[in-house]
Design a protein around this ligand. Sequence first.
Ligand SMILES: [Zn+2]
Ligand SMILES: [Zn+2]
Length: 306
Amino acid sequence: MKLCGVCGSDLHVYKRNDVQGTIFGHEFSGDVVEIGAQVQGIKPGMRVTAAGFRPCGKCFWCREGKMHRCSNMALLGYQFPGAMAQYVHVPFAVLGRSVFALPDELTYEDGASVEPLSISYFSVNRAQPKENEIVAVIGLGVIGLYAIQVLKAMGVAKILASGRRPARLETAKICGADLVVDAAKADAVKAIMEATANLGVNTVVECAGTQVTFDQSVAIARGGGKIMLVGVYEEPLKWDPISVLSKNLTLIGCLGGNFPSAIELLKSGKVKTKNMVTNIFSLDEAAEAFKAQLQDAGAIKVMIKP
Ligand SMILES: [Zn+2]
Ligand SMILES: [Zn+2]
């Protein structure tokens, strides 16, 4: 293991504090040390990142041979040991499917950023934004900030962003947002409606996962617009379906990643991890790393270096 990121999803579990003995870590990069007998194309010494899944082998999809759709999928870093360790075991290692070679242009920091970037890419790509469209990104965590970079790389006409933490507002500008609203001080809905001549945006990428940001998303989406639900909601939502159906809005759930596209974006230089990886801690300092990711005002992506 060379580097492993602390993820917002880890924090959801960490805050609940009811899971003992979990080895977190699913955003990682490192060198291959050993391979299983049936593994092909992967060699010791290769610089890689990987997606760790273990299908159940018993459900409908597994029996159909579509293991990637398994309805009881176990995840590396949650149901089995993750990468915040010196070594990690990646089951079902298939080059280009679950294990991905890092091109020379990519650093280990880039490699450990592929997983979160792949989620941003997957979610934005699902919206199929056109070049003349206006897109709003609500919630400026790592996923939201990478979503801005992906939208910029896709050549979208105007990117509006809204968030709360000062360091992240600043980074949103560097990532390419045309307007950044400090939602802690200003009315995000008002600011975004003003910036769109009161039309609203074509697409909202909702990365915060709260009642307030969901309501904002519905308010700023223009008629026929799309809301990409990316942020993980800790509480069920209260909503008035009339507000969605009266504007013919489309709500689209997003859960997935696209590693090859994320690697391509980093290789091309269109997306950068510079300014995103703000803190690196040793494995012994893992507790500090989690605290920093949770509450440090300047932290964007915290990583652990085993
Ligand atoms: Zn993650
Ligand atoms: Zn299964």
